[in-house]
Design a protein around this ligand. Structure first.
Ligand code: ADP
Ligand code: ZN
Length: 648
């Protein structure tokens, strides 16, 4: 075997060993091995992995094996603190430097750096560009630079940060230090920008799948908002979730309604004081409350991995935003649900908001790029089309981000593929009735009026307009107005109807709408969806394991058995739900004592394995996912004792 290959095998083994020993993970996720190898071999790389893909491990593990210091640039102090606290729980010493620190604190970090006690240093970008800092790092023996959330360097990204721009100076000052950039943002424009701005040299480009197979997507027309949101929350008793609203006032309106229905929830938006926001966020992270009701101001820097559901009470203004916000669910890879409520009024709401803000800007002499204004309207229409059309949600998202969707059979994790949407049997006829009604009303009325005419409502407005004498009056008499509105929205989403901008969103036909009306074009429409009912915990009730030696009790019987699956075959075990709850309580207690969020103690998956395997000795903890050596020694005795107490 060629020497290079041999070394690569050794390096991979060393990486796997350190991941198993420190983090307790036996397997690597897709592209983690490639990213780690690039890091260890000192090659530049750009790694694009979806949220929850496990980017941090890709740079943390090589940092422990490499000679010299690894510096990680990260845009948010809270993210850095979280990582440092998490590493500390696993026995890895790391520190951070930001511009906000006291000088005593900074001095202490430098001392630890000089004594080579640290392998990983997190640095905020504005600290990084302080003159002379890079030279200081060089003296300490900088082994690699990692740029996390690297899309912040790009104007095209969604959180551009000017300080990021100057990170590229490292390349000129220390050309030999390899740079690895990480992001979840996928667009080619942003990618190219990252490579250029950082001056990456022949970077290894590692792009993972953007699909999030553990997320189940459901879109529902909004009817009774609070009731619909509650029904999602009730499907997830005791589990964490985020409810996104469009405006602050919507948050202030919805949060008390949920609270009075017995949901432990708190609001979060930019109108609350910084202290209140901080406190509410902390109470969510520490599992004191389950649900946060928020505007999009909530989310950046939230790393809680066990968010089991995200509800959009209204449609976001673009597919990117939708993907980003729903992406906060299920970072730990366990099944999670994303439900979006939408209505045509969201579409108009966003459009009016944009018009208003442009008008304000113009009044202040700011020029609005008409092309950009046009693009944001297109993004809004695209989102509305996504909401109202019945195509597989996973497929749509993956293709939106420019990847092929290869599953012919459907995803099995969206309302469309799960068969929750029934197609309307006489869609063609219904569409023709609606479209011709719009024409007969001279394309001067909005959806509510058209629906009223079609269902034959006898209102003053209709009589005054003489619309009770139209041939389309009462054609859909047997249908509920909600249904008619739902079909009209689908026709808008399919771009057979368009709505006028401004205060009165009147409906008119597009070219394809005329074709549908004349029967020259086919289409499909869907009935109002019926959401699933009942309580259903998203967390699986069984776990599979490949451990070689383990003592376990199958199905809660008292006889412990030893299974030897030396071939690494999987065995499926039932999670003891009562024990799981008990271990969660222990985790919460320990987290409070240590002043860290519970998920840094153990993830849900680890608790599930513990609640299925019911290990009785520290030895039995070996190989359980998420239990590395430090945690086994430090937390192991407490958890084993709790399990023993549960059996007694
Ligand atoms: P990202 O930054 O890509 O969104 P994270 O680095 O936060 O993702 O990782 C998401 C979760 O997955 C974390 O809880 C992390 O500990 C876990 N994780 C990462 N790699 C693995 C692995 N190989 N096996 C099991 N869990 C992993
Ligand atoms: Zn699907």
């Amino acid at each position: 075997m060629d020497n290079g290959v041999l070394e690569e095998v050794d390096r991979l083994k060393a990486l796997r060993d350190v991941v198993a020993r420190v983090w307790g993970y036996e397997e690597l996720r897709p592209l983690q091995a490639e990213a780690m190898l690039a890091g260890l071999e000192g090659r530049d790389a750009l790694v694009v992995l979806a949220t929850g893909g496990g980017k941090s491990l890709c740079y943390q593990a090589p940092a422990l094996l490499r000679e010299g210091l690894t510096v990680v640039l990260s845009p948010l102090i809270s993210l850095m603190q979280d990582q440092i606290a998490g590493l500390a729980e696993s026995g890895v010493q790391a520190a951070m430097l930001t511009s906000a620190q006291e000088s005593a604190e900074k001095r202490e970090v430098f001392q630890r750096l000089r004594s080579r006690a640290l392998k990983l240093l997190f640095v905020s970008p504005e600290r990084f560009i302080v003159p002379g800092f890079i030279e200081e790092l060089a003296q300490l023996g900088l082994g690699a630079l990692v740029v996390d959330e690297a899309h912040c360097i790009s104007h095209w990204g969604h959180d551009f940060r000017p300080e990021y721009r100057r990170i590229g100076e490292l390349r000129t000052l220390l050309p030999e230090v390899p740079i690895q950039a990480f992001t979840a943002t996928a667009t080619p424009q942003v990618r190219d920008d990252i490579v250029r701005q950082l001056g990456l040299r022949a970077p290894e480009l590692l792009v993972g799948s953007f699909d999030r197979p553990n997320l189940t997507y459901r879109f529902l027309p909004r009817e009774d908002e609070a009731e619909q949101v509650l029904s999602v929350i009730r499907r997830h008793p005791g589990e964490a979730g985020i409810v996104y609203c469009l405006r602050r006032t919507d948050v202030d309106d919805l949060a008390p309604k949920l609270a009075s229905a017995g949901i432990r929830c708190l609001p979060y938006h930019a109108g609350l004081s910084a202290e209140t926001r901080q406190r509410n966020q902390e109470r969510f992270l520490s599992e004191e409350i389950e649900v946060i009701v928020a505007t999009v101001a909530f989310g950046m820097g939230i790393d809680r991995p066990d968010v089991r559901f995200v509800v959009h009470a209204a449609m976001p203004k673009g597919v990117e935003q939708f993907a980003q916000e729903t992406g906060r669910a299920g970072r730990d890879g366990a099944p999670s649900e994303c439900v979006m409520l939408y209505s045509g009024s969201d579409y108009h709401g966003w459009r009016n908001l944009q018009e208003r803000s442009h008008a304000e800007a113009r009044a202040q002499g700011v020029e609005i790029d008409p092309l950009e204004a046009q693009r944001s309207l297109e993004r809004l229409s695209e989102m509305y089309g996504f909401a109202t059309n019945a195509i597989c949600r996973h497929r749509f998202l993956v293709s939106h981000f420019g990847q092929e969707w290869s599953h012919a059979e459907g995803c099995g994790a969206c309302d469309v593929c799960l068969g929750e949407l029934r197609s309307l049997a006489d869609a063609q006829r219904v569409a023709q009735m609606i479209l011709s009604c719009v024409v007969r009303c001279e394309q001067r009325y909005g959806a509510a009026h058209i629906a009223d005419v079609l269902r034959g409502a006898s209102s003053e407005r209709i009589r005054a307009a003489g619309h009770d004498r139209l041939s389309t009056f009462g054609l859909l008499r047997d249908k509920h107005p909600r249904e008619i509105r739902h079909w009209i929205e689908q026709l808008v989403g399919l771009e057979h109807l368009r709505t006028a901008p401004g205060q009165y969103p009147t409906l008119s036909l597009t070219r394809t709408g005329v074709e549908v009306m004349k029967g020259q074009r086919e289409l499909a429409l869907f009935e109002l969806p019926v959401p699933p009912r009942g309580k259903r915990s998203a967390l699986p009730r069984t776990v599979t394991t490949r451990r070689t030696h383990l003592t376990y009790e199958p199905d809660g019987s008292t006889a412990a058995r030893t299974a030897v699956t030396s071939d690494g075959a999987e065995i499926e075990l039932t999670v003891d739900a009562a024990l799981f709850e008990r271990l969660r309580n222990l985790r919460r207690r320990l987290a409070r004592e240590r002043g860290v969020p519970p998920y840094l103690i153990f993830g849900d998956r680890t608790l599930q394995e513990l609640a299925a395997l019911r290990p009785t000795s520290l030895d039995d903890l070996r190989g359980i996912r998420g239990i590395g050596e430090t945690k086994r020694a430090d937390l192991g005795p407490l958890f084993v004792a709790e399990i023993a107490a549960h059996r007694a």
